[in-house]
Design a protein around this ligand. Structure first.
Ligand SMILES: Nc1ncnc2c1ncn2[C@@H]1O[C@H](COP(=O)(O)OP(=O)(O)O)[C@@H](O)[C@H]1O
Ligand SMILES: N[C@@H](CCC(=O)OP(=O)(O)O)C(=O)O
Length: 399
């Protein structure tokens, strides 16, 4: 499907947009042709008795079909596999143990996908199951393959229906929550808008029900979140609460994808036509351009294999000077990695960046040892991490 030229404005109609970041209003409509990732949480797909809410699945399938007719590419990220597997296995509540969660997800995913497929096909939409693991986004060659799969599905007019492949995820190697998965998928497909549908009307100043808590309708920049109390405790069936949604919005917005957190009850009000009512959900403006996928992959999806400690001057050169990391700034190295590995770069106060290291840990160790002994170091001229291979980490991340 052809894409509308919506990249400059985050895929939204300009509405009352003054054009300046400081006074930008919330957009009033979805731009024609915007590519939209819709994530539906477990809390929105399950009934109080634990079964799948087929009415909700039908509504979202119908909205997806309508959006496709209006020219949008739609990618659905669905939770609910664990929740859908509990009752058939005779489990009364969500188990803690990984193997039981995986058993539930294995049973539930088939059920969940069958329901989506039936609902989508009733509206003439071809649904495609895509189950991802952390490896698929952490290993660059997998990442490229997955992106090609999404491109093929979208160009053939199918709607990818994505979940984590919970049955094979391990404790150490799992995406953990579908809000994060939805942010990574948004980046993979260069989405214009990410819609996180949940059981609450967007982000509130504090957990709804807290005295004085009120909904926030528009987040223009991360600083707008100061003072907002976000809890990781969600519904009975959900994972991560509002914390993972705000993290997902932050990741997506930084890579040019506007994000809307809203109640699944308001899905029709938001997605049945181009209009985006101002008093529904929370809209997060994009905070950066659609970034080259390589940099975002380095920052949010890759698995660092080691750490390079740097002095204050090097940390400043990376963060303020926007420079490459050079050998003289390196003070120590940890981990056993080959050249080409992703590493965290840690300054005296915190982890400042993540990047692809052009030397192995052993080569860096040799340089450091020679420096300590006052003997000539091997004659390396290449930067340790080139600026093009480097992504800065936000202040809150890392050490
Ligand atoms: N500041 C906040 N604003 C809105 N909701 C919040 C906030 N802090 C915590 N929450 C909780 O987050 C829950 C949604 O998260 P979760 O149950 O994980 O949903 P999902 O299953 O849709 O991913 C809401 O039910 C709400 O109680
Ligand atoms: N992959 C899991 C979803 C985990 C998750 O993040 O759930 P939720 O917080 O409801 O989006 C499942 O399908 O049950």
């Amino acid at each position: 499907m052809s894409r509308a030229p919506s990249r400059q404005d985050g895929g939204v109609g300009s509405g009352a947009d003054s054009g300046t970041t400081a006074h930008r209003d919330r957009p009033e409509s979805l731009a024609p042709g915007a590519r939209v990732v819709i994530k539906v949480g477990s809390s929105s797909l399950t009934r109080p008795d634990g079964g799948l809410d087929l009415n909700r699945i039908d509504i979202i399938a119908g909205l997806t079909a309508g959006m496709r007719r209006r020219g949008h590419d739609v990618i659905l990220v669905t939770s609910g596999a664990v929740a859908a597997g509990l009752t058939p296995l005779g489990l009364e509540t969500r188990p803690q143990e990984l193997r039981l969660l995986q058993a539930a997800a294995s049973v539930g995913q088939g059920n969940l996908m069958a329901r989506w497929q039936t609902a989508m096909s009733a509206y003439g939409v071809v649904a495609a199951q895509v189950l991802l693991t952390a490896q698929d986004v952490a290993v660059r060659s997998h990442y490229r393959t997955v992106r090609a799969t999404f491109d093929a599905l979208l160009s053939l007019g199918a709607v990818p229906i994505v979940n984590e492949n919970d049955a094979v995820a391990t404790d150490e190697f799992s995406l953990g929550d579908n809000d994060h998965l939805a942010a990574l998928v948004s980046h993979l497909v260069t989405a214009d808008v990410l819609v996180l549908l949940t059981d609450v009307d967007g982000l509130w100043t504090a957990r709804p029900g807290t005295p004085g808590a009120r909904p926030i309708r528009h987040v223009r920049r991360p600083a707008d979140l100061e003072g907002v109390s976000v809890s990781g405790r969600g519904s009975q069936v959900g994972t991560g609460g509002m914390t993972t949604k705000v993290q997902a919005a932050t990741i997506s917005c930084a890579s040019g994808t506007a994000t809307l957190i809203a109640s699944a009850d308001d899905a029709a009000a938001l997605l049945a036509g181009p209009d985006l009512p101002a008093q529904v959900g929370t809209w997060f403006d994009p905070t950066g351009p659609h970034r080259p996928s390589r940099r975002l992959w380095i920052a949010h999806a890759s698995m660092p294999e080691g750490r390079i400690l740097v002095d204050q001057g090097a940390a400043r050169a990376l963060t303020v000077g926007k420079k490459s990391l050079l050998l003289p700034g390196v003070t120590a190295v940890s981990g056993d990695f080959e050249s080409g590995a992703v590493v965290d770069i840690v300054g005296p106060e915190r982890a400042v960046a993540r990047g692809i290291c052009r030397y192995s840990a052993a080569e860096l160790g040799e340089v450091l040892a020679a420096r300590a002994a006052g003997t000539p170091a091997p004659d390396h001229v290449a930067p340790v991490v080139h600026r093009d291979d480097l992504a800065e980490l936000p202040r809150t991340a890392g050490a």
